[in-house]
Design a protein around this ligand. Structure first.
Ligand code: NAG
Length: 146
């Protein structure tokens, strides 16, 4: 009988340890999965900075925020790391490419229409081309605020 009890408590302990390590893992790999389309010029005015183009990164690595991350305008200026994970057509994603973009606008009110409405974010053509075949209108992405 005491042997049996001991066994149960060891199992309980290892289960708690597993939950503990899983929670650490989930915390440190906090990535969201969503979709991205792309848009080209004209980019001004923006919902974030009006007619001020000085807020655009010189690398042209920027995006407009979908409603899911717009956060009442708090998204303006936030930086995200984005990678392409899949698309409808095979080999659309450029393997191993990770970009960092800055949010400069709100997707639903950009001057230029995105290649697809309702995505998590709309990447500048430059940003989109860095991770995927530019002839695609929609890709699935993994993204993380940095
Ligand atoms: C991009 O996709 C188009 C349309 O599917 C295809 O014709 C083209 O070859 C692709 N480009 C590259 C570099 O894979």
């Amino acid at each position: 009988m005491p042997m049996h009890k001991h066994k149960v408590s060891v199992h309980l302990l290892s289960f708690q340890a597993l939950v503990f390590f899983l929670s650490i893992f989930i915390h440190f790999s906090h990535c969201d999965v969503g979709t991205a389309s792309h848009y080209g010029p004209p980019f001004l005015p923006t919902a974030c900075y009006g007619k001020d183009a000085s807020e655009f990164p010189s690398s042209n690595m920027f995006a407009s925020a979908g409603e899911g991350i717009w956060d009442n305008g708090a998204a303006c200026g936030r930086q995200y790391q984005v990678r392409c994970i899949s698309a409808a057509a095979p080999r659309t994603c450029i393997p191993g490419q990770l970009i960092q973009i800055k949010i400069v606008d709100r997707a639903q009110s950009t001057v230029s229409r995105p290649s697809r409405a309702g995505t998590s974010m709309v990447l500048s053509t430059t940003a989109f081309q860095a991770i995927a075949n530019a002839s695609a209108s929609l890709i699935n992405i993994e993204f993380q605020q940095v």
